[in-house]
Every structure is written in structure tokens, then in C-alpha cells.
Ligand binder design. Sequence first.
Ligand code: AGP
Length: 608
Amino acid sequence: MCGIICYVGDKQARSILLDGLKQLEYRGYDSSGFAVREGIHIDHCRAVGKIAELERKVSGLDIKGSIGIAHTRWATHGEPSEENAHPHTDQDENVFLIHNGIVENYLSIKKRLQKKGIVFRSETDTEILAQLVGQNFDGSLSEAVRKTMSQVEGTFGMAVIHRNVPDEIVVARRGSPLIIGVSDDGLFAASDVSAMVRYTKKVVHLQDNELATLTADGFSISTAQAKPIERDTETVEWRVEDSELNGFPHFMLKEIYEQPETIKNAIRGRLEPGEGVPKLGGIMPVWERLKACRHLVIVACGTSYYAGCVGRYVFEKLTEIDVEVELASEFRYRKLNFPPNTFILALSQSGETADTLAALREAKRKDASLLGFVNGVGSSISRETEAGIYNHAGPEIGVASTKIFTSQLTILTLLALLLGRHQNLSLTEGVEAIRALQELPDQIRTILAQDNHIQAIAEKYYKSSNWLFLGRKFNYPIAMEGALKLKEVSYIHAEGYAAGEMKHGPIALINPDMPTVAVVPKDDMYDKMISNIHEIKSRKGPVIAIATQGDDRISELVDELIEIPPTLDYLNPILSVVPCQLLAYHCASFLKRDIDKPRNLAKSVTVE
Ligand code: AGP
């Protein structure tokens, strides 16, 4: 989705902005632009395509100035074009404005402004904001932005400069993240910490309906109602090297390989092995209520939703709690009626997914208790929930989520185990679970050691244009996640199914050209999965099995075998998903796809 980076300080803004835009590339975008000012002179440039194209357009130009705003655009209103790229200006070209989000009432405002004779130059909703700020300007940029905020409906993270206010950038937010970065060389504002982490780790999160004025000397925050806000800086834990490839060809592969470490980070300091109980400081603020919880609703999107689907089985195995998992984008349209002691748990890598946030807000309206498991420290979801657990997995740059999925499964298991131990789970079961959790990082290493074998399987099948993924119980969501990974990065059509459903329809598709990935570890679903594999083999469908090490029965039955080490049944998904991630990665690589930035996708989906 769109990205914002702004700078005001002692240094030249141009290179800081272009560098920041490159750090935002992973979010997905189709055009970009920036504006840099020196005195009343403002240089600006926009380009369609990669940041390299923007760089090409400005190479050789003498652009000077130590204040600037820059943007990557992911088209919503109007096709990707130079006219629709940001910054947008007002009629007199005094205002330069960049925006993430969607202005919902833009058409009525546009008509009203057109009646006043204002001519629009783009198809975007953003141009309305620039025109309104221009109309509302009466000497104070922050007041013009404040008034504009009161006139628009929808979401925005925006940054504005004005030709007649030489030293200021005004930023504002409603529903779309904006973070101020504080350094000795000046101030930054960005939609995403990664755009400024090279320059500073000290940040201040702007909250909804707040705006801030940034100058080289400092910043001030106020609400949309002009109430001043004092807020301390926080220190982010991300390191510069987290957003570098470190020898890997793609972030997706790097992040797949980081999983032994990210699982360690998810459990580090959170286990009491002797007691068989996790310690989860983040949920202590709601612990008394949570202990009494008998109904949990997990809301999430995409890969995070599939993590929630695994979580449901894990909670059912370890606790007495009823669990529902809902796609956040559908949750709001349900007739919500929660039993007492219901908790809503939002799962999200970014912590900024608009659908998940909207679901949380709806649940809050119905007085449910809110938990958030996110990777994005200080993100909107972490701030809008009462308590939660961080993944501490470092930034995930590849658009396809990999390391966060296994980290989510790990922390979901920790919560289930903690609650289970306060219910019926015995000390022996708790100790056994902790031992098995601690073994996971090394077990993932043994799967990664089969990477060449998995690559060879991908080479054999990547030309097949349809794939089926099957699993049951704990591994049914892995079938769905495996199919999603393959679709996202290779653009191969894939379906993830509960294996028992195959005979109710998908079996019609089976033929020698359609590979099936069967997730079939040794658990209580094993015999049924074997029957499904027989059904596919009788119809000459090739089968790639992900099975437990030493399973001789399956090795004779299937075309390809990828082995995972033995673990507890409810931890199998943390292992069985890794071959699916590698298969997707290698297929995409053979097909020469843009793996880290697949077409049409965005890393953080901040529009509903
Ligand atoms: C996964 O590979 C995705 N690109 C996507 O489905 C993602 O999981 C979804 O958009 C949810 O994002 P979140 O975890 O940041 O909320």
C-alpha cells in the first residue's frame, strides 16, 4: 500500500527521501513522487513504476533543500499514472500534499469545489485534500489541515507543505499510520518505521485524529480539536540489517530461513519449563478476566487468518475455551452477540490492517475485551487493544508472510498452554509442550537442510498451472496457507482444501497435470489422509507429501516426499508449513516472478 517519508532538518532532503522510498518499496506500489523545498522554491517530481524511474527522472537535476515529503502510491482511485501520483497540489500550486488512505466523501467535495471553479488535474481522492488545504489556508498551515480534517470522511495519513510557510511540515492521521522519527539531524515522519530506521530509532506514534507540526527545531502534536498533546519518544528494536538481504536473493527466502531464530524470539523469556507454564507479561493487565474467558473470537486476514484457524484447533486441544475464527473483513457484518467473558483476539503482522482494525472497533462497541498479537510494535492494533503479545520477529519485508506465521502459531500455543494449565492440563502435559516448543528451532533447521530437494520438486512441477493442497484438522489451515503462498508469489492457481472435502468436488479436477500437496504428518488424521492420497493416485494425480520422518508407508505411495521431524500433533503445523513456503518460493523463482513484491499485492493493507 502507499508509503510516506518526510524529512526536515540540517541535511539535504533529496537523498534521505529517495532512500526512504526504497525502504518502503516492499509495501507494494505503482508510482512515486516527492517535493523538496528551499525557501519559497519547491522542486517536485513524480514517476510511474519503480523508484529507479523517479531517480532517473531527477538525475542531473540540482534539487536542493532540507525539507521534503515523498510518497509511494498503490492505486485506488485512478490508474497508476504521473498525474495520479503524489504529491498533489492545490489550484495555485502552493500546497504539496501526500496521502495514504481513502477519502470517502471525495466526490461530493469535488463537485462542490468544481462549482467554485476549481479545476482538478487527477482522478484521485487525494487531490481533494490538497485543494481543501489550499482553500482553508489563512496563514496557518496547521489550522488549514485541522479544518480539512473536519471536512473529510474516511482515512488518512497525510503530510503537507505550503509555499508560504517555509519551515514546516504538517502531518495528520486518521486510520492510517504516521510515525514521527526524532534524530540529532532533524525530524522524520513516515508511515512505516523501516523508512527511517537508518537515521533514528526514536519514534513518537501519532494517534487517530491528531496532527503534528514538524520543524528543524522540534515538533508539536495536537488533536483535531486543537488540544495540545505531550507524548514521550519510544525506541524501536528494529536493526538496519533487518531490512537488508544479507546475501539472500530475496527477503522471502531470508525470512523463511530466519524462522529458527524468530521462533526462539517468540518463546525467549516466556517459558517456565519446570512448571510447564508460559509467562506472558503482555496479557497480565487482563489476566483475571482472561482466566475466566470461555469464548474467544480470533479475527484476522490472509495468512494471519490461517494462523488463527490453526489456533482454534490448538485451543480446543489444550483448553476448555470455545474458539471462533472470523475473517476480519466479514466479522463486522455479522450480528454480533457475545456471551459473557468473551475475548476478541486480533492477529496481525503489521498491526495496521484496516479490516482487522475495523473488526476490533466493532467488537469494542459491543463491549468485548480486546487482545492483539502483532509484530508491529506501537502499531494501531497494539494501541487499540487492552493487552497482547508481540512477535518480536523483526520486520517482515517480503510481501508473502512466512516467519510471522510460524511466530503467530508459537505465541497462540503459548497462550493456549497458559490458559490450559489453569484449566485441566496436567503438569506432565505442560512440561511436554514446553520441551517440544524448545525443539522447534532445530527441527526447522532440518527442514531447511532439505531446501535443494524441495527446489528440485519445484523444478519438476512449476509449469503446472493448477495445484491442490490438502490437510486435515491442525493441518487443514496449512493446506490453505500453502495454496495462498503459491498463488501470491508464483501466480499459479492453487486451492487449499480440507482433505475430507475433496470427494465433494475438487476430485473432479484431479489429472496427471495437477499436483496435490498432501500435508500428512503422523497424527490421528493419518489413516484418513492416506485414503485421500489413494483416491488421488487412482486418478493418476501426482502427490507431493509432507510427512513425518521415517514414514515408510507413505514413501511407497507418493511421487515426492518431504520429511518433517516428529513433534506433538498440535505443533506439526509450525513444521509442515515450511516446505510449503519453500515450494512456493522456488516455483516463483523458476517462473522469474517479482517474489518480494508480487503484482497487485501490498504488504500492509490499510484500506478496507
Ligand atoms: C500473506 O502472505 C499476505 N500477504 C496477506 O494475506 C496478509 O497476511 C494479510 O494482509 C494480513 O496482514 P496482517 O497480518 O499484517 O494483518
